[in-house]
Design a protein around this ligand. Structure first.
Ligand SMILES: [Ca+2]
Length: 445
């Protein structure tokens, strides 16, 4: 497609990513690294075997032909099905997320530096919907900080409320804020309506998480990383009393206990006794992206790994309080950090994982529920920041991951893919940090 991690010396990139334990910075970072960590990373790299059995998507057997495959759910792909990526918008500055408000035909693209842009009728509007660049830390391409996501309130059409998730300048601390659209201009947010929902101290510049979305339950969900720097030195992942290394769930339609939100009564630590009341799940390293599939009430958490594994965890919305193991475990192995032993009791291993080879950081996507490409329905899409290979699998009710596919033979490798996104019709998009937003389409229209 164009230059990017996937076109360079892959092993060097992968090693860089391993050394820095970063994702956005993996390809371009010039951060210094301590000798100790470099040595550890090299050992980990040397131990890395050839492609993981779990990631055999590129050698999947050809699907069985069918007369009317698209008419049935979970039908195998027809032999001649081809996927393509259409350019929807170009010339953006480090686009990092794309979404839409319910029943709204416009696309809203988050730029990492702190702007939200609108694409309408195939045209990128020059004036941003929101510009908070002065409040956001981390506009540089090698920074893991920035503005990460935008979530429209389910009743946005009537209340104009939306939420953003970013790292603040100059502290680098996490902010979740609410804004409202201008009363007079639907293409403009009213920055005077700003209301802070969450402020969370970040110990380091890395692993800030990033996702923010409303679930089918009407609650606001967000993902937070362990805070960095590497190996989770303060054990945030295993401590549900901190908000780091978690998926959080709050009710922004109510306020309680002096907070600008309320705690859903069915949160696992709602009483605050054994964990922070906001926490829904923990034991995560850097859940950059997650998806809540409303059809099956499943949460797909793509957790960026440290030395060896990238992982995807699928969990029912009725399974609150899960501990996904970081930093006791990385993927389904003991983590090779400074921890004695490796208890596995009570820790949930991933449903899907892949080893670092030409990859460095999983970018979780969405389960396709759109109408334009019936062949893709029910497939979960993801990619990796360093190889840009679009991949998918299907998660079966029995917990098995099947129909693994690598679409890069058809669509190429996306340069520096930052995120997937959905429009109001649940059609699928992907953003490249190089400035482009693509839409998934059938190749033959
Ligand atoms: Ca895990």
């Amino acid at each position: 497609m164009s230059r990017g991690c996937g076109r360079g010396p892959l092993q060097a990139h992968a090693l860089l990513a391993v050394v820095f334990g970063l994702w956005l910075a993996a390809c371009t970072s010039a951060e210094p690294v301590a000798d100790h960590d470099a040595a550890a990373a090299q050992r980990a790299g040397a131990d890395t075997p050839a492609p993981a059995p779990a990631d055999a998507s590129s050698v999947s057997p050809a699907p069985t032909p069918s007369l009317s495959p698209s008419s049935r759910p979970n039908a195998p792909l027809p032999d001649d099905f081809e996927l393509a990526l259409d350019v929807v918008a170009e010339g953006l500055k480090q686009p990092i997320f794309v979404t839409a408000a319910p029943d709204d035909p416009r696309l809203f693209v988050v730029e990492k530096g702190g702007r939200i842009r609108i694409v309408e009728d195939g045209k990128l509007k020059p004036r941003p919907f929101l510009n908070i660049r002065k409040k956001v830390r981390g506009s540089g391409p090698s920074s893991e900080q920035g503005m990460f996501a935008l979530a429209f309130h389910p009743e946005y059409a009537s209340n104009g409320r939306f939420f953003v998730h970013y790292t603040a300048s100059p502290s680098g601390n996490t902010r979740v804020e609410e804004y409202r659209v201008s009363k007079s201009d639907p293409d403009r947010a009213d920055s005077a309506t700003r209301r802070t929902i969450l402020r969370i101290e970040q110990p380091f510049r890395w692993h800030n998480g990033g996702m923010l979305t409303f679930g089918p339950d009407g609650m606001l969900w967000l993902g937070l990383g362990d805070g960095g720097v590497k190996n989770d030195p303060d054990d945030h992942g295993q401590n549900p009393r901190t908000l780091l290394g978690t998926i959080l769930r709050v009710d922004v339609n109510a306020r309680a206990d002096g907070k600008p939100y309320a705690i859903p009564a069915d949160n696992p630590f709602a009483d605050g006794e054994d964990g922070a009341p906001e926490v829904w799940a923990y034991g995560l390293r850097n859940p950059w992206r997650f998806d809540i599939d409303p059809r099956r009430q499943l949460l797909y958490i793509a957790d960026v790994g440290e030395y060896r594994y990238e992982e995807i965890n699928v969990v029912g919305l009725d399974e609150a309080g899960r501990n996904f193991g970081w930093a006791v475990r990385e993927g389904s192995e003991c983590f090779s950090g400074d921890r004695a032993g490796c208890p596995s009791k009570g820790l949930v291993d991933p449903d899907f994982e892949y080893l670092h080879d030409d990859s460095c950081a999983v970018v979780g996507g969405f389960v396709y529920r759109g109408r334009a490409i019936p062949e893709l329905r029910g497939r979960y899409f993801y990619t990796d920041f360093c190889n840009g290979r679009i991949r998918s699998f299907r998660y079966k009710a029995n917990g098995k991951v099947v129909e693994k596919r690598d679409w890069s033979t058809q669509v190429g490798q996306v340069a520096l893919p930052t995120s997937f996104g959905l429009d109001a019709n649940s059609e699928l998009y992907i953003t490249s940090a190089e400035g482009t937003v693509y839409r998934f389409v059938p190749a033959s229209g």
